[in-house]
Design a protein around this ligand. Structure first.
Ligand code: 1HN
Length: 358
C-alpha cells in the first residue's frame, strides 16, 4: 500500500497503456490510475502556512494609493495569495483574503455579487460601509458582513486612511459556477434606514415580532469590537481557559444561532499573557488576524515540518487544514480574530478536529 493511500499502484503493461490512449479519445479515463490521489487517507493540500506582516502591507498599500483611486480600481485591494496556490486569488483552497485601503474622501462604488464578504477593520476610524440601504460606521476590530447579493459601497469621510481585511467565499462560488454581479448606476446607494437600525432590531436579544417574514432582508451586519471585547473581558473572570484556544467564541446570526455567515465561520479569542497553548488541528484551514497584543504560533504539518509565526497586531497568518497549531504569548494579552470554511464542512458532516501534543 502507498503511504497516504488506501489502494496500491497498478503496474503498466503495453496493453493497458494502449487501452488508456484509446479511451482518452472518448473523454474517458481509468479511475484506478487516479483513485489514490482523489481519495486520500488524510487531507492533502497545496495550501501552505504563511504570514503577512501588516507593516509591509501597509506601506505597499499606501504606494498603491498613489497609483490608483478606489473608484478607478473599483476596490483598491492587495490580494493575499497563499504561496502554495499562487495565481488563484486564494488564501486557502476555498477562501479569499485581501487588504483594502480607502483614502480620506474616497468612495468605493456600489455593487453587489453572489459572493459573501466579511470586513475586519484593521486601522482607522470613521469610515463607513453601506449594506442594503443602511450605513454602519467602522472602528478597529469591528467585524462587518456583506451578505450575498446585497448592495454595498464604502466611504471614508475621515482624515486618515482606513485599512481592513476582506474575507470572501470567492473560490466556493467559483466551484459552484454561481457568480453573478452588477453595478448600481450611482456610486452610493440610497440610504433608507438610520445608522444602528439592524443593530436595534437584531442585536439586543430581541427580534421584530414579524421577523420571519422579513428573513433574507437582513440581520445584524456589524459586530462592534467594543462589545466583543467587553464579553471576553467579563468571561475571563469566570470561565475556565481552554488549553488550546484560551477563551474562544464564535460570531453568530442572532436569528438562527448558526454561524454569522452561511459559508464562513468567524471567531474571536483571547489569549492571556503567559499562555502556552496545547496543540490543536481541524479540517478547516483558518486565517488568523491578531488585533491586540503579540505572540508566537507554531504550525506543523503531518510530516512534522514546523513553521513558526511571530505575530503582532494586524498581521495576518494562515493555517492549512489538518496542520497542528499551538499559540504562545509572553508579556501581553492577545486577541485573535479568525475565519474559515467551517459552516460548509459542518453542513456536509465532514468537519473534524483533534487535540493533542504536537
Ligand atoms: C468586493 O466587492 C469587495 O466590496 C472587496 O469591498 C473585495 C474581492 C473580489 C470580489 C469582490 C468590497 C472583493 C470584492
Amino acid at each position: 500500500m502507498q503511504e497516504g493511500s488506501i489502494v496500491s499502484p497498478v503496474t503498466e503493461t503495453p496493453e493497458r497503456r494502449a487501452f488508456y490512449q484509446k479511451i482518452d479519445e472518448k473523454n474517458l479515463t481509468a479511475l484506478w490510475l487516479s483513485l489514490a490521489e482523489l481519495v486520500t487517507t488524510e487531507p492533502r493540500s497545496n495550501c501552505r502556512p504563511a504570514l503577512w506582516g501588516f507593516g509591509d502591507i501597509r506601506s505597499l498599500m499606501l504606494e498603491a494609493g498613489e497609483l490608483i483611486t478606489a473608484k478607478e480600481a473599483e476596490r483598491r485591494v492587495l490580494v493575499l495569495e497563499n504561496p502554495g496556490l499562487r495565481g488563484q486569488s486564494k488564501i486557502t483552497t476555498d477562501l479569499y483574503a485581501g487588504v483594502q485601503l480607502v483614502m480620506p474622501g474616497e468612495v468605493a462604488p456600489a455593487h453587489r455579487h453572489t459572493q459573501s464578504a466579511l470586513r475586519f477593520i484593521l486601522e482607522g476610524e470613521g469610515g463607513y460601509t453601506a449594506v442594503n440601504g443602511e450605513r454602519t460606521l467602522m472602528h478597529e476590530g469591528d467585524f462587518i458582513i456583506t451578505p450575498p447579493w446585497a448592495w454595498h459601497d464604502h466611504g471614508n469621510p475621515s482624515a486618515d486612511p482606513i485599512f481592513w481585511l476582506d474575507g470572501l467565499d470567492i473560490p466556493v462560488i467559483q466551484m459552484l459556477d454561481a457568480s453573478f454581479a452588477e453595478h448600481l448606476h450611482v456610486d452610493q446607494q440610497p440610504i433608507t434606514r438610520p445608522v444602528g437600525d439592524s443593530d436595534a432590531r437584531y442585536g439586543y436579544n430581541l427580534l421584530p415580532v414579524d421577523h420571519e417574514s422579513a428573513r433574507g432582508s437582513g440581520s445584524v451586519f456589524n459586530y462592534p469590537y467594543a462589545r466583543t471585547r467587553e464579553a471576553l473581558e467579563r468571561l475571563r473572570r469566570s470561565d475556565r481557559w481552554d488549553p488550546c484556544h484560551g477563551l474562544k467564541m464564535r460570531y453568530t446570526n442572532p436569528i438562527t444561532g448558526n454561524h454569522a455567515m452561511a459559508t464562513i465561520g468567524t471567531f474571536i479569542q483571547l489569549l492571556p499573557k503567559g499562555f502556552a497553548g496545547s496543540g490543536y488541528r481541524s479540517t478547516d484551514a483558518t486565517v488568523f488576524v491578531p488585533i491586540e497584543g503579540r505572540g508566537r504560533s507554531y504550525i506543523a504539518s503531518h510530516s512534522g515540518d514546523e513553521f513558526v509565526v511571530d505575530w503582532s497586531k494586524r498581521d495576518i497568518f494562515v493555517v492549512p487544514s489538518w496542520h497542528w497549531i499551538r499559540h504562545e504569548t509572553t508579556a501581553m494579552d492577545a486577541v485573535l480574530f479568525s475565519y474559515s470554511d467551517r459552516p460548509i464542512q459542518e453542513a456536509l458532516h465532514v468537519f473534524r478536529e483533534d487535540r493533542g501534543n504536537v
